[in-house]
Ligand binder design. Sequence first.
Ligand code: SF4
Length: 94
Amino acid sequence: MASLPQLKKSPPTGWQQHGLCRAIDSDVFFPPPWFEHKPDREAREARAKRICARCPVRLPCLDWALATREPFGVWGGRSESERRRILGGKLKAS
Ligand code: SF4
């Protein structure tokens, strides 16, 4: 398996203080610690994406999640599997 390029420095995080998810239970953005059936995951991710769609910092959030290879959760309106596809060139970011 090919290794991912290492970051030269941490990307900026000032956008985080403006995220809509700061005032919302993070359970909707992250998978539970138990097995989550596909319909439940899809419903949870759809709820998170609806919040992200209204968020003023969606793009820097997505940039950060892609740059740091954030492995879990919905960030910037994209699920972990969607971010993997973006990084693999199989899906456009926007
Ligand atoms: S885009 Fe979504 S995950 Fe990112 S800060 Fe906004 S609400 Fe939170």
